[in-house]
Design a protein around this ligand. Structure first.
Ligand code: COA
Length: 383
């Protein structure tokens, strides 16, 4: 008899976690007990990092210490910068990030040390360095020199400084900070699960994070922000948003990128917050011609029986794309921005997995042939 198959592991619980919970039926998300809406309104990304790593919000001295340690770790070793300069400029930024993180692991004397102390050190180093890699790559591929990190700016402001070579406005820093807070963790999503699977084999943190970056890259996961942005551009070229919706979605059955979710069957709380920030930042910028397109497309979907019956709402990637575009992030750099935030969650999950580890090893439901007779090579026919 066939064993029960949960396609896509839907509904399967794979681990206890104290880090975050998605309440999919009511559209709520908590990190270590705190509602994401409160964190988005009040917390810096660094406070969320501390919360996920240590299970409580930091005091001011604890936060200062974390920030000082992040500053101390943010610069890239000259050999990494040199390597980045040798990568093909046409490579996808997620492939660049995956390779650079792996390369940082080669130079880390702690790479194979899986003790908790070493894992916290590596988590800190990766959280500090991923923004530097992304900003450096954006500049290097454009023929510009990388800009060194500063030790007087928070992580969001420092990233925009390194990316643009000038200080960002407070509105831009706030928008990026909220984005980073909102994407830091999300239950047992695909890339987090990937990181835990690698860790469960007693693989090292670099291997787990590199695998997670690979998992995040796909358009059904983190790649959806980039795909949504490309889609908004395509819609803007159409005679009208309604016409595009009728012909592409209703006519050809194309998916609206940045809509739908495996767990949320109610609106994703992160999308509403990002929509407000998109509206706020676009109110002061002429760059946001696509916000109107996104809003009109969302309204069409919300009124369509197909989307209503399947509880398909805008997810976090939908308005992320507009926010990131407004603060000057190139479209193919959007998924690395997701990784810049999710490294906090990945590393926290990796440490949590180490604390109570058992090999994650599911089974497959074999549906191939059985008991075939061996055929010698010279008697086989390709028919
Ligand atoms: N646009 C149109 N229809 C969609 C849709 C979308 N974005 N997302 C799901 N659907 C439909 C599917 O066609 C399917 O319809 P059916 O039951 O008639 O076959 C139904 O909704 C369920 O979709 P399914 O792919 O089985 O759901 P899932 O839980 O496996 O996938 C996602 C979840 C997120 C991968 C899926 O919603 C999707 O592809 N969204 C677009 C990509 C995206 O935004 N990803 C980021 C997630 S944070």
């Amino acid at each position: 008899m066939a064993e029960e198959l949960k396609k896509g592991l839907e509904g399967v619980v794979v681990a206890d976690t104290r880090l975050s919970k998605v309440f999919g039926d009511i559209g709520k998300l908590i990190y270590v007990g705190y509602d994401i809406r409160d964190l988005a309104a009040h917390a810096s990304f660094e406070e969320v990092v501390y919360l996920l790593w240590y299970g409580k919000l930091p005091t001011q001295p604890q936060l200062n210490q974390l920030q000082a340690r992040l500053h101390a770790e943010a610069a890239l070793h000259p050999s990494i910068l040199q390597a980045l300069k040798g990568y093909p400029t046409g490579a996808h930024p997620m492939a660049v990030l995956r390779t650079a993180v792996s390369q940082i692991g080669l130079n880390d004397p702690d790479a194979e040390d899986n003790s908790q102390d070493a894992n916290y050190r590596k988590a800190l180093s990766l959280t500090a360095k991923i923004p530097t890699i992304i900003a450096a790559w954006a500049r290097i591929r454009a023929g510009k020199e990388p800009v060194a990190p500063r030790d007087d700016l928070g992580l969001a402001a420092n990233f925009l400084w390194m990316l643009h070579g000038h200080e960002a406005s407070q509105a831009e820093v706030n928008a990026l900070n909220v984005y980073l807070v909102l994407l830091a963790d999300h239950g047992m999503n695909a890339s987090t699960f990937t990181s835990r699977v690698v860790t469960s084999t007693e693989g090292d943190m670099y291997s787990a994070v590199v695998a997670a970056i690979g998992s995040l890259k796909g358009p059904k996961h983190g790649g959806a922000n980039e795909a949504a942005m490309r889609m908004f551009r395509e819609v803007a070229e159409a005679p009208s948003v309604k016409e595009w919706f009728e012909s592409e979605v209703k006519g050809k059955g194309r998916r609206i990128m940045g809509m739908g979710h495996r767990v949320y069957k109610a609106p994703d709380p992160r999308a509403a917050i990002l929509k407000q920030h998109a509206q706020a930042i676009c109110g002061t910028s002429e760059k946001c011609v696509l916000l109107g397109v996104a809003e009109e497309l969302e309204a069409l979907a919300l009124a369509d029986p197909y989307f209503v019956e399947r509880s398909l709402y805008a997810n976090v990637d939908y308005y992320s794309a507009i926010v990131l575009d407004a603060i000057g992030i190139e479209t193919d750099m959007m998924t690395p921005m997701f990784a810049m935030s999710r490294i906090a969650g990945w590393s926290a999950h990796i440490i949590e997995q180490w604390n109570d580890n058992r090999l994650i090893r599911p089974r497959g439901n074999y549906v191939g042939p059985v008991d075939l007779a061996w055929v010698p090579l010279d008697e086989r026919r390709d028919d």
